[in-house]
Design a binder for this molecule. Structure first.
Ligand code: MEV
Length: 408
């Protein structure tokens, strides 16, 4: 039998007999994970964290986040708490739909004008076939087409209602493509698949009084910090080396919410980076500027996410996140995600403009480093304190501190 055909226990045994050390895993968990993917041999665990004071559109939300990067939740927390003091985030989303693409091979007998005349009929037929999507408030909204030589490029816009909509969109596209094969001059379907091109745009905005950017509430000091943050943001709007790092910080927040809520973070990543390059040059997804005594921040992101469908309801770990969020619509989850993204971005720019990013990062990273020491819990805590107080954060420093502690 091939590796993928083996039961997961036998896959594990195969690796173990080859000297691979695997973590123990309860049989029921292994069976559940085996349903989710192929070639499963174990589990990789991530922490589930919760932001508790996210003020978005006048409501206090709890937001689940999942990430292995030590500083991401702390950054989101910091950003969100400053935003809350400033009156919270205002976020809006346009859930117009996601794109699907069909490319057809055509002959000289094909007429694009006649084909386009049939679009209302195709839309009607598809929406009749996928009536359950219409009942949920979605459906096929639009079809457009262009022709290049013997290829016709069709774009479909599908409103997936509360779901991300990849599977439904693919099913609609296959249905349409089959119908279109009967159109005069259509020779073959080259492909029919959803496009992750940016859509479902969500914007989050904040206005932060500059006094909140100074620990002492000092206006002049706050204004200086705001100026530096705005300059850093401006650099990200023209320099791709900074833009990509700025956007990485934004995606720290986005991916953490996407992972916690069982969403396709790869699709969202691909769309966000395409959106960042929409001018033809890769740019920051966010903007920050000083206006009067306020620092104004804004981010717009394509967030094709859902709150139903996919593996969301079948995964107990993901259901916890929805229990944290409470009843939520896809548009609201998108608005929370964009707000977290802006909070992460704010915290990064703020740290870089003041004390620098390394100090905070390394403090958090030291927690991970001490965990690798072969030492008792009290010793690890003592080593951690020594690392922080002496500003030495590496593995070698941790080992040396442990030796020092033990008088070796
Ligand atoms: C680190 O994960 C993210 C940052 O580099 C983002 C940024 O520089 O804006 C801190």
């Amino acid at each position: 039998m091939k590796f993928y055909q083996l039961p997961p226990e036998e896959r594990r045994q195969f690796l173990q007999e080859d000297g691979v050390a695997l973590e123990d895993i309860p049989a029921a968990d292994l069976a559940r994970l085996d349903e989710m993917s192929e070639n499963v041999v174990g589990e990789v665990k991530f922490p589930l964290s919760c932001l508790t004071s996210a003020l978005v559109n006048g409501k206090n939300w709890r937001i689940p986040m999942t990430t292995e990067e030590a500083s991401v939740v702390a950054a989101a927390n910091h950003g969100m708490s400053v935003f809350a003091k400033a009156g919270g985030v205002k976020a809006t989303s346009q859930r117009d739909g996601i794109y699907g693409q069909i490319v057809l091979e055509v002959t000289e007998a094909f007429s694009l004008a006649d084909f386009k005349n049939k679009f209302p009929a195709y839309i009607k037929e598809a929406n009749k076939e996928f009536a359950s999507l219409i009942r949920h408030g979605g459906g096929l909204k639009d079809l457009t087409a262009r022709q290049e030589a013997d290829l016709v490029y069709l774009l479909a816009l599908v409103d997936p209602a509360e779901a991300m909509g990849a599977n439904k969109t693919n099913a609609i596209l296959e249905f349409l493509a089959q119908k279109m094969l009967a159109f005069p001059g259509v020779e073959a379907k080259l492909f029919a698949i959803l496009s992750n091109y940016p859509s479902q745009l969500t914007t989050a905005k904040v206005a932060i009084p500059v006094s909140l950017l100074s620990k002492k509430g000092d206006l002049a000091e706050g204004r200086e910090v705001a100026k530096k943050m705005a300059l850093l943001a401006k650099i990200g709007s023209s320099d791709p080396y900074r833009a990509v790092t700025n956007n990485k910080g934004i995606m720290n927040g986005v991916d953490a919410v996407m992972l916690a809520t069982g969403n396709d973070y790869r699709a969202v990543e691909a769309a966000c980076h395409a959106y960042a390059a929409k001018s033809g040059e890769y740019r920051s997804l966010s903007s920050w500027k000083l206006e009067g005594e306020n620092l104004l921040g804004q981010v717009t992101l394509p967030l094709a996410l859902g709150v139903v469908g996919g593996s969301i309801s079948s995964r107990p770990d993901i259901r916890q996140s929805y229990a944290i969020l409470g009843k939520i619509k896809a548009a609201e989850l998108a608005e929370l995600t964009a707000s977290v993204a802006l909070a992460n971005n704010f915290a990064a720019l703020n740290a870089i403009s003041t004390k620098g990013i390394q100090a905070g990062h390394m403090r958090l990273q030291s927690r991970n480093v001490v965990q690798t020491l072969p030492a008792a819990a009290e010793e690890k805590e003592a080593v951690y304190q020594m690392m922080i107080s002496q500003g030495k954060y590496g593995e070698t420093a941790a080992k040396n501190f442990l030796k020092e502690l033990r008088g070796q």
